[in-house]
Design a protein around this ligand. Structure first.
Ligand code: BGC
Length: 850
């Protein structure tokens, strides 16, 4: 037996993260001979030394490996060591490796002061020189800089992160980072910090246009404390104060949307004085330890081609739509202006970028004549194609794409026997990676790149298959709560809000849906404990908005955004045909229900009762308002049927599924759903056993459909079903991203029905799984591996012929599963309860062919 994947706040060995109470999690791995061995008792020990002798806290008994929170008094800037020991039913005792976590400054006051310098027309580099006379045992740098910073010790970049301090509301939370710089110190040192504009200083959101300032105070700001603990037990702190100096970098412009400018012909400048930031400005800056995972390079990509277009443009093609940056080798005469522009698609074989709207998204470099490799510091791009100007003879090897994303552990792999479905699976994966840049964004390329809450909400389950998302979404939920506190429970449609303050149903319901999904996928009740206030506040906000005449229905809602049933010949209609009042009522009901369930999990009986009553009332209200006495749904759209089924609202489900199937049939088996209906339609179909229809719409290669996009060369998921026309031309530029993951939520259905691995509410975190295995002729075969919070599930199946299927499933140690072999002839195979182990079946099926 092995204890693996030990995490604190679901992060491996976190250093300098915000930890109120440490939340420990781990996994148990057993080989086949140990599957019946049980854990009798667990000991979780936290100590202040790696030898585990100075015990700071301990817990013994039946502990939840998916999340055991320990109330303990933590000290600032302290390394804690921890270990899990399991006593097993065979009397064996197993211990994990010793793991660590390290606190940040916590409540400890900063000795460092915020410093600033003249704005200038070149980005500043703050610096301080210092000597080290004694051997250093450990050195930590606590630092943040605004807008964004990049720190160097003796000219070497500290850490491998990009765009720190990452994206928060900045009003209530400015994150600072902690770095271990022990190994970087020499006898003589120079600590320098380059600043850029980022989300804080530069334009961002819908409030500003190119050239306009951002929302926050434009003064450069830096605070840093370097703590050096010497071998002899003494300590020294180098802290920002007005003895620091500033030099000017060669960067003259940086912007999240608009790119970066660097001019290497600029002369070196004399060191300038820095100043302490004014007191009133300091008071507005609320420093907190980070929650953000680091944004790092996930993949270094060589272009697949260097194209010369009909317009004689030189364009590097990465073969994949990515989010990130690039490196470019340059060797041009002094004064040459080199320009890199990016785009997602070619048009008539030429470079194109109009769908980026006002985002200029370029890089401008003025050469000093020296050969070098250039790379932007303070921006990111969403692109597949990079057009380069100013290089006489670019070569393929000159360009390297850098895929940037929050660093998450990949947990799932899903492969089918159908190449096009596999491309779709890849598109969904990349869509996630590309839109997980600290904030779950709607898209990474145009002048948005914001945490639109519905886009986030609909994609959570899918995201949890691809990667371990707990810490990533926990940070988002903290941001969401921060915004909610400002707006009296209202959840703005964008988080962090960047000027948005209004809510819409489905969007705001992210407040209840995301924590609940995280609980389902990771089984850690603490996410509900932390979110219950926010869940209740959102539900109560709607209750207040309702007043006594259902005013919430009349409030502005995005509704079934981008659905196709209201197009009437227009190409860029955004509102669907489903009555927004119905959608708003259903999501209000669902939020009340989830708040009730969360209250139950954490043992808050009063809240459970309150929201049980409310959800019951709302259920009845929906029944009375939207269903006829004989059970017909008054709103006749695909999406209306889908949500009636999915949220189990219909008095007569058979009637509703019949209506939905009829509508699909009339529409040539094409859906016409938007942001509300699309993530749920296939799940609703499978709930009613209409798996064949679900597979049919999945395999559909015509517009609208996922494989329509694949056939047109998509390498990520598009925003609109008609983002690109059949002839390859882009349909519109108003709002048209080729990297919007929301519709990638179809992957969830694939995982749960083709991959046959789904969570179960009674035993969340995959202590138990629902393995509903639906074979399909056209798909041919599936191989799914999911490293769940409770261990590794595996499924594979293959259609042998129209009457036979071979399947193999593995349930990990300590887990159970319900296996449903859909279409099995043998009654006993239709539904069986499995313990941990590997099971193989070759079985006869009926009705496999449509
Ligand atoms: C975004 C969305 C978002 C929507 C709100 C768009 O501009 O890209 O995906 O949810 O606005 O309706």
């Amino acid at each position: 037996m092995k204890i693996t994947d030990l995490r604190v706040q679901h992060i491996i060995s976190p250093m300098g993260y915000r930890i109120d109470a440490p939340d420990f999690s781990w996994k148990l791995e057993a080989d086949e001979t140990e599957l019946d061995t049980m854990v009798v008792s667990t000991r979780l020990t936290v100590a202040t030394d790696p030898g585990m002798e100075n015990v700071a806290a301990e817990s013994v008994g039946v502990l939840n490996p998916l999340g055991t929170e320990m109330e303990m008094a933590l000290r600032p800037r302290t390394v804690y060591y921890w270990q899990v020991t399991e006593t097993l039913s065979n009397a064996e005792v197993v211990s994990s490796d010793v793991q660590s976590f390290e606190t940040g400054k916590m409540e400890e006051p900063w000795t460092a002061q915020w410093i600033t310098c003249e704005k200038g027309d070149r980005h500043p580099v703050f610096f301080k020189e210092f000597g080290v006379t004694k051997p250093v045992k450990a050195a930590r740098l606590y630092i943040t800089g605004l807008g964004v910073f990049c720190a160097f010790m003796n000219d070497a970049r500290i850490g491998d992160e990009y765009l720190t301090p990452l994206c928060t509301d900045y009003e209530n939370t400015i994150q600072y980072m902690t770095y271990d710089v022990t190994e970087m110190l020499k006898a003589e040192n120079k600590l320098s910090v380059l600043l850029g504009e980022g989300w804080y200083m530069g334009r961002f959101g819908f409030v500003s246009q190119p050239g306009q300032p951002g929302m926050c105070d434009p003064a450069w700001k830096l605070i840093a404390e370097l703590h050096m603990a010497y071998e002899d037990g003494t300590e020294e702190v180098i802290a920002t104060d007005d003895s620091w100096q500033a030099a000017r970098s060669n960067i003259t412009f940086s912007s999240i949307y608009d790119g970066e400018h660097r001019d290497d012909t600029l002369p070196k400048t004399a060191p300038e004085k820095t100043a302490l930031l004014e007191k009133e400005k300091v008071e507005a800056l609320h420093l907190k330890e980070r929650l953000s995972l680091p944004v790092t390079i996930q993949e270094v990509m060589k272009p697949i081609a260097l194209l010369t277009t009909p317009k004689n443009e030189k364009v590097f093609d990465l073969g994949q739509n990515i989010t990130g940056s690039f490196r470019l080798s340059v060797n041009e005469p002094a004064g040459t202006v080199i320009r890199v522009k990016v785009g997602e698609i070619l048009q008539q074989d030429c470079f194109y970028r109009d769908n980026l709207r006002t985002a200029i998204a370029e890089y401008v470099y003025v050469s000093d004549g020296e050969p070098k490799v250039i790379e932007p510091y303070f921006t990111f791009y969403g692109y597949r194609y990079a057009m380069v100007e100013g290089i006489r003879e670019p070569k393929l090897e000159d360009f390297t794409g850098l895929a940037l994303s929050s660093a998450l552990t990949v947990t799932g792999s899903l492969k089918t026997g159908d190449a096009k479905l596999n491309q779709l699976i890849s598109n969904i994966f990349w869509g996630q990676r590309d839109n997980f840049l600290d904030v779950p964004t709607d898209c990474p390329q145009r002048d948005e790149r914001m945490g639109w809450t519905a886009d986030t909400q609909v994609f959570v389950p899918m995201a949890c298959y691809n990667m371990n998302t707990y810490a990533f979404y926990s940070k988002f939920l903290a941001d969401l709560r921060t915004e909610q506190d400002k707006f009296d429970g209202c959840v703005p449609v964008v988080v962090p809000a960047f000027g948005f303050f209004e809510a819409s149903s489905v969007w705001g319901d992210a407040a209840t849906i995301i924590p609940w999904d995280l609980y389902l996928y990771y089984g850690d009740p603490y996410i509900l404990k932390r979110s219950i206030g926010s869940m209740a506040a959102w539900t109560d906000y709607i209750t207040r908005m309702e007043a006594d005449d259902h005013a919430w229905r009349k409030h502005f809602h995005y509704g079934d955004w981008l659905a196709l049933d209201n197009m009437n010949g227009k190409v860029d209609e955004v509102f669907g045909a489903t009555d927004n009042a119905f959608i708003a009522d259903v999501y209000y009901y669902n939020s009340a229900l989830l708040t009730m369930k969360a209250a139950k999990v954490i043992g808050d009986a009063a809240a459970e009762e309150k929201y049980a009553r409310l959800s019951k009332e709302l259920y009845q209200m929906i029944r009375d308002e939207y269903f006829t006495a004989t059970g017909r749904l008054a709103i006749q759209t695909q999406t209306a049927c889908v949500i009636a089924l999915y949220y189990d609202l219909a008095p007569d489900r058979a009637r509703i599924i019949a209506t939905l199937l009829e509508m699909l049939k009339k529409n040539n088996d094409h859906f016409n759903t938007g942001f509300v209906g699309t993530p749920l339609i296939s799940k609703a179909l499978s709930m009613e056993g209409a798996d064949k229809t679900a597979y049919k719409i999945l395999h559909n290669e015509e517009y609208p459909g996922w494989l329509y996009e694949v056939n047109l060369g998509a390498t990520t998921v598009w925003e609109r079903w008609n983002s690109v026309n059949p002839d390859g031309s882009i349909s519109s530029t108003g709002m048209n991203s080729l990297n919007h993951y929301a519709y990638g939520s179809i992957g969830e259905w694939m995982w749960q029905n083709a991959g046959a691995i789904a969570p179960v509410e009674e035993a969340p975190g995959f202590k138990k799984a629902m393995m509903r295995l639906v074979p399909d002729m056209k798909t041919g075969s599936v191989e799914a591996c999911y490293d769940s919070a409770s261990g590794l599930y595996k499924t594979s199946w293959e259609v042998l012929d129209a009457a036979h299927v071979h399947a193999k499933v593995t349930v990990p140690y300590g887990c159970t599963a319900t296996l449903k072999l859909v279409y099995a002839v043998d009654e006993a195979l239709k539904c069986q309860e499995l313990k941990a182990g590997t099971y193989e079946f070759t079985y006869e099926v009926e009705n496999l062919e449509a």
